[in-house]
Design a protein around this ligand. Structure first.
Ligand SMILES: [Zn+2]
Length: 487
């Protein structure tokens, strides 16, 4: 059969510009097959029988990957922005407020809150999320009949919105080293690693049996504070056997580092290094308060770092030493974490901006940084000055690196990759007037959400003309939840 006779089931997306191989090209179409995979990027004059979807005045980019989310924390937005006592407010006082919300949510509330967070992600051009999920039990610590009920509510919410999701099931065993149990952590705690692993295994089976291939499971030992070393070893050994992605909060707060030194005589990263936990499957979330040795350990083992700058600035965590990570070739991905704000491009630009404020310099990450080298499909000619390598590096954090961190199938627009992408309106006031070679920098540093028009996952539109199909219902139900929760 001649290849062109197979093209009836193919769809060709025709925007003005497509971001391929690190640059925007014109005169090309993204051709997707019926399984939601990119078949090829073709010159428009080479198209045959494909069904055409014209996207006038649009640029098309790979969907972004949100590598670290606690979806239920969306209910806290705007409700913690005040001092709680006469003392200093901090991450730890915020955490108590977060716990008070976490203990009051029903399974249905968790579905509604998660759907709201995922809807907002979709409207921003995010197509996959890594959900660091730690609500497992009833508020009193007893198990639901299905010990994965709450995890499944979150997966159902992602599937309802149309996002891909890596459900990173959290292992949480204790309040901390020589720390009294905190009753408000009862929903998280599975004291026995055997119980955790049994529930994890069941979740893996159940998610795999689900109708869609858009959800999968990874593991997330919460932190060196929340699991003992023996517990951690068992979880990691299971993850290694199944080649699962491993995410862990690491060095978000100085107090967490000093508690680890007190317990083990080593920093968290040194401990993880000597225990053989660091690997290409490992992502250290935050990794702010680290030593040069720790950065070298990440580089040597292929571990990644997930920065969450919009949350880190909200919680007063500190600044991720992204310049050092870039220098050592440690890939950084991004997460919206507590959802004080959901805009992954804001996280991308803050990675750079926080360093500018700290160092009184500009373009800090452009020094010594290099773009991820990859095979691109280049069919068009780019004119004018070179595009910003800084913008490209930051956009890679939001796409390619995120896909690697959570094991998502997208991240770039290449044949064989998932057809996960979003478009932006070129006449949106936030980016209007950008030349082709300045467009990525305009998007990374200045894009408004209103500019995001279509969002497509596995070839299927989930956002059209800036609106999600069930947006009204999701927002209304979330409004009702917030009224009940806070009145
Ligand atoms: Zn987190």
């Amino acid at each position: 059969m001649a290849p062109y006779q197979e093209t009836n089931s193919l769809i060709a997306w025709l925007p003005d510009l497509i971001f391929t191989g690190g640059q925007f090209e014109s005169g090309v179409a993204l051709v997707c097959d019926s399984s939601g995979t990119i078949a090829r990027i073709a010159r428009v004059d080479e198209l045959r029988n494909e069904k055409r979807i014209n996207l006038t005045n649009r640029a098309l980019l790979p969907g972004m990957i949100n590598s670290h989310s606690h979806a239920f924390q969306r209910v806290l937005r705007g409700r913690t922005e005040y001092r709680t006592n006469d003392q200093q407010d901090s991450f730890w006082t915020w955490r108590e407020m977060m716990y008070s919300a976490a203990t009051r949510l029903t399974p249905e509330d968790i579905f509604d809150a998660s759907r709201m967070a995922f809807l907002e992600m979709a409207l921003h051009g995010i197509t996959a999320v890594g959900e660091f999920h730690y609500l497992h039990q009833h508020p009193d610590g007893t198990s639901y009949d299905d010990p994965n009920l709450l995890a499944k509510e979150v997966v159902r919410a992602a599937s309802d919105v149309g996002l891909r999701i890596a459900l990173l099931r959290v292992a949480y065993a204790r309040s901390g080293f020589e720390t009294e149990p905190n009753t408000r952590q009862a929903r998280f705690i599975e004291k026995d690693p055997e119980v955790y692993l049994k529930n994890l295994e069941r979740l893996i089976d159940d998610v795999a049996r689900g109708s869609s291939a858009t959800a999968w499971v990874g593991v997330a030992p919460h932190s060196v504070r929340a699991v003992s070393l023996e517990y951690l070893r068992e979880v990691i050994s299971y993850a290694n056997r199944l080649d699962l992605k491993v995410h862990m909060h690491v060095a978000e707060q100085p107090a967490e580092v000093s508690a680890c030194v007190e317990e083990y005589g080593r920093t968290p990263v040194a401990l993880l290094q000597t225990e053989g936990v660091l690997s290409e499957n490992f992502t250290a979330v935050h990794a702010i308060h680290v030593t040069p040795k720790a950065i070298a350990s990440f580089a040597r083992t292929g571990a990644m770092v997930c920065a969450c700058p919009t949350t880190e600035r909200n919680l007063g965590d500190g600044v991720v030493p992204a310049d050092e990570y870039f220098k050592h070739g440690v890939p950084i991905c991004l997460g919206t974490d507590s959802h004080a704000q959901i805009d992954l491009l804001e996280d991308a630009r803050e990675l750079e901006y926080h360093l500018r404020l700290q160092k009184l310099e500009r373009a800090v990450l452009d020094r010594g940084s290099s773009r991820t080298v990859r095979e691109g499909v280049s069919l068009g000619a780019a004119a004018g000055p070179e595009p910003s390598s800084l913008a490209a590096a930051l956009f890679d954090c939001a796409t390619i690196n995120g896909a690697r961190s959570i094991g998502a199938p997208g991240g770039t627009l290449e044949p064989g990759k998932a057809a996960d992408f979003f478009t932006v309106a070129l006449d949106d006031p936030s980016i209007a007037g950008a030349a082709t070679n300045d467009l990525l920098a305009s998007i990374v540093f200045s894009l408004s959400r209103a500019a995001v028009r279509e969002v497509v996952v596995s070839g299927k539109p989930i956002v059209s003309d800036g609106q999600h199909l069930v947006q009204e219902e999701i927002v209304e139900r979330f409004g009702d939840l917030q009224k009940r929760l806070w009145s």
